[in-house]
Design a protein. Structure first.
Lengths: 371, 290
């Protein structure tokens, strides 16, 4: 009696120890993963002074801006206006913060004199004022600009807006082609007969798994510069499309060959052409695999770096990772701005990830291990 | 139907492979309008005499070792805990473990470069724990230690990928085997070593191959974690060596030919390592020994 009870106790305590160890392992791993990400998110709302003062403290300066002191400055060459001076000639009062990077002409506002009460619009360079003296609309405006200071600066000083758009163009268009061509090849090879030819094509494209953009970047660069496609959107999209095909073809062939043949046969009997049966039967049925291919391809392209680094030489074609990288290697860039740029580049991928979490994992497995 | 996709594929993926091989056997000179002669294995013999090649190869082997012997065992343990449902909030843990895998390597690299900077957050932690307010994080700066923080970030970033793969394959294991073992009183560690590891052996092999191939062509992370100049040279791996040769060394007449030789060498080495690991894997495979 007593003996069995003891062994039971030992068993129970063993299970408990196992559980405790498991929790410790998992929780510490998750903390290790999450803490850097949390740090970068909240630190991106800190001013440079705060970051040097205490690198872990919560952001405060940029949020508590109502009593910030500003000084009126003159329009000199190093003051960059945020409006077009040629078309907009209304008079403005230029003020600079005395707390956030004072004297560096970074935290500067241009206030329309016509909206200001006379005692403020008549201030001379060198005079001081606090934000609470301003009319409430302006206070709100400056308040928001101060909170998002790092983000606004990352977009303007780093030119990240154009790169953000470029990244979206690359990810969207390449994914579109990858899905379309992949499905077409998958349909043709699994449902249209030509067994031998199909095997050869699938095998050929399957070999593409072994080749990454990195390993053929030099010939790619030489080829594309021969046909003047470097530094163009088209060239970059073409390469992304080609390198996305192996995964897309593999997943869609697997999926389409699982669909019953009778579907397509009955469409033929009703007189549908190949194109029609592809459009109206295959495409709607492939929705799940289309989503999987799209997310994996789009995330991969969103994060890709080397190709754009090599091919894109002008600001017009650079993508977000290249932009973030070069922005962060400039010595003049403030740390807070860099952190904001990192968040800008990560956030879209994170959102997609948390929406499509489960599908992504299964897709990665499908892509990593063939069959 | 096959046409457009196949044409793009053949031109952009298949053709460059042959182009790269041809390029590496020539002295293709971009500074003189692309004049070239066939030079045989000259580029390869220059490479073997180049101390930078051996330096990058050594670093690359460290990366391979970290991936195979660091990421994969950790991934095994994590996926085992998740698979055996030893914890609550499974989905949350799973989502968090997979996460870094889907973030931009460049962002991760730049982020850790900041974290690891001499006076950065990690240095601040060291100051807190050691009580020395002037302590700095200097591992990134020295040639001998630079691969330690890089190895850490490699594990941080890519372990999730292998957890995904292991978890998917663990679902295929027959649960009744584990239940039977538990009734017989097997402990968790026994189940792990006697049942899980043997039945995952082929998956472990696949993961090792993925790890080898991936870490030999990995460029972004180390590129982003290091600054141009001495740190990057210290931490240089073969893909970075290739990039710097081909796209930054404009004075070098043979930069593209030499670069192509380096990237072919990367492919060659990874195929070699994969064959070796295949061989070792078959030798160790418990189903084959008897």
């Amino acid at each position: 009696m007593n003996n069995t009870r003891n062994t039971l106790l030992i068993k129970l305590s063993k299970i408990r120890i196992g559980k405790i160890i498991s929790y410790i392992v998992l929780i510490s791993w998750v903390l290790l993963t999450v803490i850097p990400l949390i740090w970068v998110s909240y630190s991106s709302f800190k001013s440079n002074e705060e970051l040097t003062r205490d690198i872990y403290a919560w952001p405060y300066d940029l949020f508590d801006n109502d009593s910030d002191e500003y000084v009126v400055i003159e329009r000199t060459l190093n003051v960059r206006p945020d409006y077009d001076e040629k078309t907009d000639t209304r008079e403005r009062l230029i003020i600079e913060s005395t707390t956030i990077s004072p004297g560096r002409r970074i935290m500067v506002h241009f206030l329309l004199k016509e909206d200001l009460p006379p005692e403020i619009s008549n201030l001379k360079p060198g005079d001081r004022l606090t934000i609470s003296q301003l009319p409430s609309v302006m206070r709100m405006y400056i308040g928001w600009k101060t909170i998002w200071f790092n983000y606004i600066s990352a977009f303007t000083a780093g030119g990240l807006f154009m790169k953000f758009i470029n990244s979206i163009i690359y990810a969207f268009l390449s994914t579109l082609f990858i899905v379309l061509f992949g499905l077409m090849i998958g349909f043709a090879t699994s449902k249209l007969g030509f067994k031998k030819l199909s095997m050869i094509i699938i095998g050929l494209i399957g070999l593409g798994y072994l080749i990454s953009i990195n390993s053929v970047i030099i010939p790619l660069f030489l080829m594309l510069s021969n046909v003047n496609l470097t530094d163009t959107h088209l060239g970059i999209i073409l390469v992304y499309t080609a390198f996305g095909l192996p995964l897309s073809v593999m997943l869609s062939t697997q999926f389409i060959s699982g669909l019953p043949d009778s579907l397509i046969e009955s469409a033929y009997i009703d007189g549908a052409s190949v194109m029609q049966s592809f459009n109206s039967i295959i495409l709607p049925m492939c929705k799940p695999v289309i989503i999987t291919i799209s997310i994996i391809s789009a995330l991969g392209i969103w994060n890709e770096f080397l190709l754009v680094l090599v091919l894109a030489s002008s600001e017009f074609t650079k993508s977000l990772p290249v932009g973030v990288f070069s922005f962060s290697s400039l010595t003049s860039t403030q740390l807070g701005w860099q952190l904001a740029a990192l968040v800008i580049a990560t956030l879209p991928a994170m959102i997609i990830y948390f929406i499509f979490n489960n599908r992504l994992a299964s897709g990665v497995v499908g892509g990593a291990i063939k069959g | 139907m096959v046409g457009p996709g196949l044409i793009i594929y053949l031109f952009i993926v298949a053709y460059p492979v042959f182009y790269a091989v041809w390029l590496s056997f020539t002295d293709f000179n971009p500074n003189r309008g692309g004049a070239w002669n066939f030079v045989g294995l000259d580029q390869y013999s220059t490479m073997l005499k180049d101390p930078w090649f051996w330096h990058s190869l050594k670093n690359n082997m460290i990366v391979v070792a970290v991936s195979v012997f660091g990421q994969i065992p950790i991934a095994l343990i994590l996926s085992y805990i998740l698979y055996r449902k030893l914890v609550r909030a499974q989905n949350f843990f799973q989502a968090m473990i997979f996460l870094p895998q889907f973030l931009s390597t460049i962002v991760i690299g730049v982020l850790w470069k900041r974290l690891f900077s001499a006076n950065g957050p990690v240095a601040r932690l060291i100051q807190l724990f050691s009580g020395d307010p002037s302590a700095q994080f200097t591992m990134m700066l020295s040639k001998d230690t630079v691969m330690i923080p890089i190895g850490f970030v490699l594990i941080w970033m890519y372990t999730g990928l292998y957890v995904i793969i292991f978890l998917a394959n663990l679902q295929k294991i027959n649960r009744s085997v584990i239940e039977a073992a538990m009734i017989d009183g097997a402990s968790e560690s026994k189940i792990f070593f006697r049942i899980i590891i043997p039945s995952l052996s082929s998956t472990i092999l696949v993961c090792s191959i993925l790890a080898i191939a991936g870490s030999l062509r990995g460029f972004d992370l180390i590129f982003a974690m290091t600054t141009q100049g001495l740190t990057r040279l210290n931490a240089m791996v073969l893909p970075i060596f290739m990039y710097q040769t081909a796209f930054q060394d404009y004075a070098n007449d043979m930069r593209f030919a030499y670069g192509a030789a380096i990237s072919n060498m990367i492919v060659f080495i990874s195929v070699g390592l994969i064959l070796i690991s295949n061989f070792v894997g078959k030798k160790l495979d418990p189903t084959r020994t008897k």
